[in-house]
Design a protein around this ligand. Structure first.
Ligand SMILES: Cc1cc2nc3c(=O)[nH]c(=O)nc-3n(C[C@H](O)[C@H](O)[C@H](O)COP(=O)(O)OP(=O)(O)OC[C@H]3O[C@@H](n4cnc5c(N)ncnc54)[C@H](O)[C@@H]3O)c2cc1C
Length: 505
């Protein structure tokens, strides 16, 4: 059993003092409770944990939230906050016809029915009521079409059958603030710097947790500790597709995403679901930040495989782009010209004219005065690359992309002007990798009520899981912008409410 607590000094604690233990004990002291006084203990104050805790506290539950880091929010606070839900007030106001049935069909089809239907039905039905609950609490989602993940309103990320992605004003952080305020208003306790390292089991039921040497007892426990993107060994084991990026892999998930749910689940024989799945975004090798810091690659670019041919719509949804890259044999490249490089705006960390120049000067990004020379450096057939660029110059810059229909994707993103052709030397090629690791999908197997199951499918009494820690909702295909947040907030709410009910029984 893993028992590492956070580094004491990182929370401003005196050296040698265990921050988790102290925070846990202080929450109990401040509330006047003993450590056996809670209905519910929630492990993690990110999207799922805050949703579980606020839901249960609102219903009068006595709730303790334990958070390993020095601040609340986890990955949720870093996110754009897009939330996929069907049959919402926002959709209705914009005349978008949608329903939980339609969402369910699409969810299952996109995942080739590899997910458990009952569980998927549960999130599809509960997502809109969860979104409405948040809006009633004060979350603002304007009834307007949004053309990018950060613009508040109703958007889509390219794989949805209807517009279903709801982005709030203030993005993910606004949800975190709202839920924290709600749970505090209803008397829940929150202890920061408290990394849970074990479960307490009495008479075959999970009855609490340990933080360092300290125990905290409750009628039920919700594991909402996020994923494992920050633990490279767990990524290698449970999401081996990420290995393809090698040393260029970079993780944008919250610092607390260390896979503690897997260690806690092992202690009680929990089954796992979602092995081998997660969300990787395709980037050039030198991009090492999420797009709002990195900036964006040149719009006028093509993605080329080892045969020197285009193989994808370069703007296709991030939900499917890593799969398209994985289908190719050999290295793949992003190719663009000097004019495209010079049109990049300054002020970002990765995608600027100077940074590309720097990479080309070192030879890591290939640069050549003509396409045959570039093809030689890339190791692709020169004639194929020449024809690929020529064909592209004759099509998309004139308005349409007959091969990959990229003009439709650009239109949906609000790009109206035709892209410039690729004609000005020197030409550049930067290796494409599935480099950005956003979230992981292997979690403790749960049923439609978020109860954790063991290897024979029986419920482990007293134990619930949600968000990335709860496995089986996020599948091999991300069902559009907002899938992971819908999972965290909706399954978190289900977990909080059902766990409270069971604790009261
Ligand atoms: C940059 C970025 C942008 C994103 N944008 C979107 C988006 O727009 N839409 C979308 O659907 N998804 C998005 N995602 C993914 C989404 O944010 C996450 O999948 C979601 O927040 C996961 O929620 P969670 O509660 O499971 O985990 P988290 O929100 O990460 O919360 C887990 C919490 O548990 C804490 N914790 C961990 N271990 C312990 C322990 N042992 N004891 C106590 N506490 C512990 C962590 O510190 C953390 O605070 C994005 C992710 C990132 C990183």
């Amino acid at each position: 059993m893993h028992t590492v607590l956070g580094d004491a000094t990182s929370y401003g604690m005196p050296e040698g003092q265990d921050p988790g233990t102290v925070a846990c004990r202080d929450a109990a002291k401040e509330s006047g409770m003993t450590t056996s006084d809670w209905d519910l203990i929630v492990i993690g104050a990110g999207g799922a944990g805050l949703s579980a805790a606020a839901s249960a506290a609102e219903r009068g539950g006595r709730v303790l939230v334990l958070e390993s880091e020095g601040a609340v929010g986890g990955s949720m606070s870093l996110a754009a906050g897009m939330f996929t839900a069907a049959g919402t007030r926002v959709q209705e106001a914009l005349g978008v016809q949608d329903s939980a049935d339609r969402f369910y069909q699409h969810y299952m089809d996109l995942n080739q029915w590899r997910l458990q239907p009952g569980l998927v039905r549960s999130i599809c039905e509960a997502a809109a009521p969860t979104l409405h609950w948040l809006m009633d609490l004060g979350l603002e989602i304007p009834a307007q079409r949004s053309t990018n993940a950060h613009m508040p309103g109703l958007g889509h990320a390219g794989v949805e059958d209807v517009w279903r992605g709801h982005t709030p004003v203030g993005e993910g952080y606004a949800v975190v603030e709202l839920l924290e305020r709600t749970l505090r208003t209803h008397g829940a306790e929150l202890a920061l710097g408290s990394r849970v390292d074990g479960l307490l089991i009495d008479e075959g039921r999970v009855q609490g947790v340990t933080v360092g040497g300290e125990e905290a007892r409750a009628g039920a426990v919700v594991v909402a500790s996020g994923g494992f993107a920050q633990d490279r060994a767990l990524v290698d084991r449970y999401f081996p597709a990420a290995r393809a990026a090698g040393e260029d892999l970079f993780v944008v998930a919250g610092a607390g995403s260390r896979g503690d749910h897997l260690r806690l689940g092992e202690q009680v024989g929990a089954d796992l679901a979602g092995e081998g799945w997660g969300l990787l975004l395709v980037t050039a090798y030198f991009q090492q930040h999420h797009h709002w810091d990195s900036g964006f690659p040149p719009p006028s670019r093509i993605h080329v495989n080892a045969a020197g041919r285009r193989f994808m719509d370069e703007d296709v949804s991030y939900a499917v782009s890593a799969g398209l890259l994985a289908d190719q044999q050999g290295p793949c490249w992003m190719v663009f010209d000097e004019a495209a490089r010079l049109r990049l705006p300054d002020g970002f960390l990765d995608w600027t004219p100077a940074r590309v120049q720097e990479e080309a000067d070192t030879g890591r990004t290939l640069r050549a005065d003509d396409l045959p020379a570039l093809a030689g450096a890339m190791g692709v057939p020169a004639e194929a690359l020449r024809r690929t660029v020529e064909r592209w110059n004759q099509t998309l810059p004139h308005g349409t992309d007959p091969e990959f229909q990229r003009h439709l994707t650009l239109e949906a993103k609000g790009v109206v002007d035709p892209l410039p052709p690729m004609v000005s030397p020197p030409f550049y090629a930067a290796r494409l990798v599935p480099g950005e690791l956003v979230c992981t999908h292997t979690g403790l197997r749960i049923d439609p009520s978020a109860r954790v199951l063991d290897a024979v499918g029986d419920v482990i009494p007293g134990l619930y899981a949600a968000g990335e820690a709860g496995g089986g909702v996020l599948g091999n295909r991300y069902v559009g912008g907002g899938n992971a947040i819908a999972n965290a907030l909706t399954m978190g709410r289900i977990a909080g409410l059902t766990a409270l009910e069971s604790a009261r029984d």
